[in-house]
Write a new protein. Structure first.
Length: 155
């Protein structure tokens, strides 16, 4: 889902740079905004659900640091590019770089061998299995952990 969102973002952002009319540009920029939000929520969801709960805060802090910390560097590069080549070049560059990164990631994921999930430190099935442990060490599903309710055997 994350890679598909990145591909969609790259395509619509690059297309917005080549928009022939103002109306087309507005529509494509609206789609670019939607794709950016969709990519952001898909990334957050993937990171949070794919991380052990005990490390989730640290992992999200590192992710936000990298995301927010790289923004000024990208802004300098895109600002220089648009000053020399025009405003459309910023959209082309951002879209094509995003598209390239998504395609490389897609190829890497397809060629990587399937990994078997290692057990968690507490003996649970691990973060990606959809199982966790409650305070007493009993296994819970992600749904149960999110709602704070446990299913009974009769459910």
């Amino acid at each position: 889902m994350v890679v598909v969102a990145a591909l969609g973002f790259g395509v619509v952002e690059a297309a917005a740079g080549w928009a022939p009319t103002a109306v087309t540009a507005v529509v494509l920029l609206a789609l670019t905004g939607f794709a950016a939000l969709y990519f952001a929520q898909a990334t957050y969801q993937h990171i949070q659900l794919g991380t052990d709960p005990q490390y989730r805060g640290r992992v999200m802090a590192l992710y936000i640091l990298i995301q927010q910390g790289s923004t000024p560097l990208g802004a300098l590069l895109i600002g220089w590019l648009t000053a020399h080549l025009g405003s459309r070049s910023g959209l082309w560059a951002g879209g094509l770089v995003s598209l390239f990164a998504a395609l490389v990631t897609l190829l890497a994921l397809r060629s990587a061998p399937a990994r078997e999930e290692l057990p968690g430190a507490d003996g649970s099935a691990g973060a990606r299995s959809g199982l966790g442990t409650d305070r007493k060490g009993a296994r819970t599903s992600l749904e149960e952990a999110a709602t704070g309710q446990r299913r009974t055997e009769s459910d």
